[in-house]
Design a protein around this ligand. Structure first.
Ligand code: NAD
Length: 265
């Protein structure tokens, strides 16, 4: 493996599980020291740390609850003490599927806080230093739901359209930072369709209709994703790693679908 991120430090929010954990592992495999963040039992956090370290780099867990701006401020200060933050991946996210009229207000508040506002807070702290140093990568894990809507996902879709817009503004403001040689500062969203992680399990179960888990997965895919196959977290992670390369310096302000042609329709 090409360890082109050797000497770089990355923070991946929501990396105790699913896509974030796969991204943390992939960045470590490419040589970066990785700050992981996310909720979980001590055992889950230890297992996540061990798996990132196994990928070949130093790793440390920073345990902020991203619903709380003061905890995000502390997280960013601790991470920037630990290393010079070169790569920021905002991946933490939650979902709650219900009709708009039945969405609990507390779910709206939590989803907007974790999926959208947290990225604003981390980017505000990270981007100025990246610009000074001439290299920085912000990759926000949005969703196909940052590009098109589905019913029963009002707060989630609102948060994901929001993060796509936020990323485009940041990309414009930092487009001229650095140089082609230093790699510049880029801000992008990755927009996955269905990915095999714990986040989608309630929806899989809701689509079983008395059948097996595979029936539930098939039903979800048939609704929207023409490839009829889910991505693996590692598939998303591979794109994030590529975006960190120097040669990706002019790929900025994009919302990149990885959705089996969902949004081609
Ligand atoms: P997951 O449930 O496996 O992981 C979510 C992570 O976010 C966990 O590490 C969790 O601890 C963390 N998190 C949740 N609340 C938090 C809080 N208050 N403070 C700090 N961390 C918190 O889910 P996943 O599928 O890996 O989702 C990761 C991202 O990918 C999310 O933003 C999600 O919207 C997005 N996404 C997922 C899919 C999919 O099909 N799984 C598709 C498109 C986009």
């Amino acid at each position: 493996m090409d360890r082109f991120l050797q000497g770089r430090t990355a923070l991946v929010t929501g990396s105790t599980s699913g896509i974030g954990l796969a991204i943390a592992r992939a960045l470590a495999t490419a040589g970066a020291r990785v700050a992981i963040n996310g909720l979980g039992s001590p055992e889950q956090i230890d297992a996540a740390l061990a798996s990132v370290r196994e990928a070949g780099a130093e790793a440390c867990h920073f345990g902020a609850d991203l619903r709380r701006p003061e905890e995000i401020a502390a997280l960013m200060a601790q991470v920037q003490d630990w290393g010079t933050l070169d790569v920021l991946v905002n991946c933490a996210g939650i979902q709650h599927a219900a009709p708009l009229a039945e969405q609990p207000i507390s779910k709206w508040d939590d989803i907007i806080a974790i999926n959208l506002s947290a990225a604003f807070h981390t980017m505000q702290q990270a981007l100025p230093g990246m610009a000074e140093r001439g290299y920085g990568r912000v990759v926000n894990i949005a969703s196909v739901h940052g590009l098109v809507a589905s019913k029963n996902k009002a707060p989630y879709v609102a948060s994901k359209f929001g993060i796509v817009g936020l990323s485009k503004v940041a990309a414009l403001e930092y487009a001229a930072a650095g140089s082609r040689d230093s790699g510049g500062v880029t801000v992008n969203c990755v927009c996955p369709g269905w990915v095999e992680t714990p986040l989608i399990e309630p929806q899989v179960q809701a689509h079983r209709n008395g059948g097996s888990r595979d029936d539930g997965v098939r039903a979800l895919l048939e609704e929207k994703q023409p490839s009829q196959r889910m991505s693996l977290p590692e598939d998303i992670a591979a794109m994030v790693v590529w975006l960190c390369r120097r040669e990706a310096h002019n790929l900025t302000g994009a919302a990149l679908p990885m959705d089996g042609a969902w949004t081609a329709q």
